[in-house]
Write a protein that binds this ligand. Structure first.
Ligand code: PLP
Length: 625
């Protein structure tokens, strides 16, 4: 638990059981009820599911919706805050229908709504958020169709709020609303002065892509007044970026947003809602700090700062407390899904067996290198320097044709053996020279995971996001191999080399030695926000098979697979790239037939080859194991 930091990043949802397997406490109301992840994997295998696969814990998703809404509700009560909390889930964070459906269902008692940022997201929101009491907040840039859909929503009696991102949208909306004679609900997004930090800091500040400056907000109010629509201005919105790791930025934004809200109300704008956007962070690295992959606050603290912060400013300014809206996506979805991959091999520097015994007349560099083996009298640094220099000279000599191929192979094998010896002889507690310390990384293995970083963990590649990675089993056994994880794409960027080790971030982590004929499953956790849906098809590796797990209410610890969503077949991904797979199969069949006619293939064998090609088209894009 300490080594992989499970207790620190899992928010109580994951732990290591006495049997050395990862356990899942999917329901926050019953933390003692645990599902053994190994049992889930065994059932998946029994169902014939191939890895990699996504596992979704729908109970975790529901728990997160309940925690957010109930904490807001309780804090509002404790603070005697006069407004309500009517949050929305931003569809863009995970647009999967099953995810949106589950969130809407779990959020129904709290009138929890949806946020959309594009036309397709709005269309999904119209169909899945039918609750007339819940909000649908519409962000993103809009055209006439987008705005007309929003007005259709108003006709259907929905609380659809069009958040104006730029002034021209307001002009378009007012014109359309008057033409169609439908009263819109309007939100104004403020650019905000507070400069947030982290990877999404550009969401606020004067150069932000979205939102209105103070001058534009005042012009918008004048414009609405002029068109007799000021009463439609219902909401003030801001969003200073995702994954805000420092609570001080959140407090600053609340102060600025609440002050602006109060001033607008004082000016006679009949606002009712203050929307604080997203930004509630997830502690991916378990450090509870201000690193980009962490947060230095709890959900309770975040909510208390919002509720008490808005209350204080509104009371100072003498305006009623607004209803509070937040658009947390990451915190709602991150925990509920994970990727399980099977390790299909190990790439080990110097792991090759080769006969290094002396031969007559061998080059002196070969004999020199051999002398360094087992030479523990020489200082490790000197031994390392000598080995490195012999190896370098040997490669120069090889290029000049002086050292031959078997000799260079021996030099290589001996070099890695010497480095491994030096590494084992180092006394960890004493001062070690930096170069020697780096040996740990040089000698680390790479475990080859059957997955694509670009499909399943896009942010680790794109922005250096850290995701917790832990083996699913054997956690009662000392992991004795240091390794990073490489994927199966033909891209050297397709690897993960940022891990949590204790409280540190390391380039590799201790894992267990692979055993022949025993699968080794590794879990990549907290992939439910953005990662689930942002992946691309680099190398034509497609979407993963998904299983949706529910806990059995009556039988604690038991679970059932509610749904299996098959991953993309090779044909499916090829078709998205405009290939016609029927045509491809025909071409291959024609070529096989030609060979049969020429007598190069027996007809029976020819049929087998055509069938095989067609079977591979229907098969998974990942390695079949
Ligand atoms: N609202 C808006 C306008 C956003 O742009 C985003 C994402 O950056 C979110 C909400 C979701 O933010 P988070 O996932 O940090 O909760």
């Amino acid at each position: 638990e300490e080594l992989y930091g499970v207790n620190r990043w899992s928010s109580g949802y994951f732990s290591i059981g006495d049997n050395g397997n990862i356990h899942v406490s999917a329901n926050h109301r019953r933390p003692d009820v645990k599902i053994d992840l190994k049992e889930v994997i065994d059932e998946m295998v029994a169902e014939g599911i191939q890895f990699p696969a996504v596992i979704r814990f729908h109970d975790v998703l529901r728990s997160q919706v309940e925690i957010l809404n109930e904490t807001f509700r309780d804090t509002i009560q404790q603070a005697s805050y006069q407004g309500k909390y009517v949050g929305v889930y931003p569809v863009k964070v995970n647009q999967m229908r099953e995810v949106v459906e589950e969130i809407i269902d779990a959020g129904e008692p709290y009138n929890y709504g949806l946020e959309a940022g594009s036309k397709p997201e709005l269309m999904a929101a119209m169909a899945y958020n039918e609750n007339p009491e819940a909000l649908t907040v519409l962000n993103g840039y809009k055209d006439e169709d987008y705005l007309t859909l929003a007005l259709l929503g108003r006709r259907l009696g929905r609380k659809m709020i069009v958040v104006v991102e730029k002034f021209s949208e307001l002009e378009m909306l007012v014109a359309l609303a008057q033409k169609l004679n439908i009263e819109p609900m309007i939100g104004l997004r403020s650019k905000m002065m507070v400069k947030s930090q982290g990877k999404w800091a550009s969401s606020s500040g004067e150069r932000a892509k979205f939102g209105l400056s103070i001058a534009e907000i005042l012009n918008a109010i004048d414009y609405l007044k002029k068109h007799d629509m000021l009463h439609c201005a219902k909401l003030l919105h801001y969003h200073i970026g995702s994954q805000i790791s420092d609570i001080r930025k959140i407090k600053e934004a609340v102060t600025e947003g609440a002050r602006l809200y109060a001033k607008l109300v004082q000016m006679g704008v009949p606002m009712e809602y203050l929307d604080i956007g997203g930004g509630l962070g997830v502690d991916y690295d378990g450090t509870s700090s201000t690193t980009d992959s962490s947060r230095n606050y709890s959900t309770e603290e975040y909510i208390a700062d919002v509720v008490y912060g808005v209350k204080q400013i509104c009371e100072l300014e003498g305006v009623p407390h607004p209803n509070l809206v937040s658009e947390s996506g990451r915190a709602i979805t991150a925990y509920h899904s994970m990727v399980v991959t099977n390790v299909v091999g190990e790439i080990k520097p110097g792991g090759t067996e080769f006969d290094i015994s002396p031969t007559e007349g061998e080059h002196v560099l070969v004999s020199n290198m051999r002398e360094l083996i087992g030479d523990d009298k020489t200082h490790p640094q000197e031994r390392y320097n000598d080995a490195a220099s012999f190896k370098e000279s040997a490669y120069e000599a090889f290029k000049l044709g002086v050292v031959d191929l078997p000799e260079i192979a021996k030099i290589d094998v001996m070099y890695w053996q010497i480095l491994t010896d030096i590494h084992h002889s180092l006394d960890r507690d004493s001062f070690v020279i930096q170069e020697l310390e780096a040996l740990e990384n040089t000698l680390a293995s790479q475990y080859l995971g059957n997955f694509s970083v670009f499909q399943s963990a896009a942010d680790t590649w794109a922005i250096g996001q850290l995701l917790p990675i832990v083996p699913i089993t054997r956690l009662d056994e000392k992991p004795s191999v240091r390794a990073s994880i490489a994927d199966i794409t033909c891209d050297s960027d397709g690897k993960i080399s940022k891990f949590i080790e204790g409280t540190q971030v390391s380039e590799n982590i201790p894992l267990h030695p692979l055993r022949k004929d025993e699968p080794y499953h590794i879990g990549m956790f907290l992939t439910g926000a953005y990662q689930d849906v942002m992946g691309d098809m680099h190398n034509l590796f497609g979407r993963l098979t998904e299983v949706h797990i529910f806990a059995h209410d009556e039988e604690p610890g038991d679970f059932y697979i509610e749904e299996i969503v098959p991953g993309n077949s090779a044909a499916r991904v090829l078709e998205t790239m405009q290939y016609n797979t029927d045509y491809m199969a025909k071409v291959v069949k024609k070529a096989v037939d030609q060979q049969i006619r020429k007598g190069g293939l027996a007809p029976r064998e020819g049929v087998r080859w055509t069938d095989f090609y067609e079977k591979c088209l229907d098969g998974s894009t990942y390695l079949r194991t």
